[in-house]
Design a protein around this ligand. Sequence first.
Ligand code: ZN
Length: 390
Amino acid sequence: MWQLLKHAKIFTPEPIEEMDLLMVGERIAAIGNNLSLPPYVKGEVFDLTGLTLVPGFMDAHVHICGGGGEAGPASRTPEIQLSQLTKAGTTTVVGCLGTDAVSRSMAQLLTKARALQDEGLTTYIYSGAYQVPPLTLFPTLRQDLALVDKVVGAGEIAISDHRSAQPQIAELEHLTAEARVGGMLGGKAGIVHLHLGEGKRGLDPVWQILNQTEIPITQFMPTHINRTYPLLEQGIEFLKAGGHIDLTAGCDDFPKDLQVPAVLLLLFERKVLNDRVTVTSDGNGSMPEYNKAGVLVGMGVGSVEVLWRDVREAVLEGLPLDVGLRTITANVANVLHLPRKGLIRLDYDADLVALDEELYVHHVWARGKLMVRAQEAVVLGRYEGSIRNK
Ligand code: ZN
């Protein structure tokens, strides 16, 4: 299948002069000006005048096979459907398990990731859940990383949280070593994606590991860094020391200056918004609310749409578009070592989003397949026709 996109403003994430892009099959085959389809091929030409073409969004933290469960069996969240992701502009997703690794399994997570891949997306998973020792497919984390293509790291491992396994430092060290060596053997990042809770220890356990082992700071990708003011400040120190930090979008009940748009602008002003900062949605997980005594008082489901919603908001408030885009495209590919992803570049996967004049998601291609046309999902998951999510 040949598809030619004409007259777009292209951000690779950097803006470029060229305005046309040719897709052949699943890849980007040419970027230039005045491109045309060869006469001997059948293909589709799209006029993208007025639209901005950007890399497909990459969401490195989504509870694709459901999450939740903190308020009993009825509070488990359902599996995500294909069009929920594509309509959000997300073309690459990393699935994870959360608090509930009793009724959820690695087999479920891997199978759901493979289902979404079959439906057109690009998917990866983390081995593990909140608990330590981590949940795995093979007997060890090292084997999962070395042997299972979709596993790119360990996660989301909970620390400094009342729902964590309260892991000892030695246990976390061992887990990280397994991720590191398994990653080497499998040619992966072997990242340790850490869920940070509101606990007073914050990133201290990570600093302890860094101080007493040879493990490099880049092995970790702590998330929910914008959850509290002290954690955000710790996160900025971690970033300055060479680490990665991941911000969680959609935290609408947080103070404004802890929400992603404000935090991205703060990092940009402080000149620390580099290629080690990412944003994820934590989509499809539960959003439990606890009171001061730790009693659950409310529950919601996270949406994957908040990923672009929040980054777009930061752009509207003054963040350069390319800088914002990087946090959900190129930086994710960089942190997780994902080949042919995160950039509009020759021979990269044709994962593309065309944004309208107000920067809303308009068309979406995933691996060269048109998934969303003029804001309408044109490809649905197998059962979405009968169980229609909004
Ligand atoms: Zn989490």
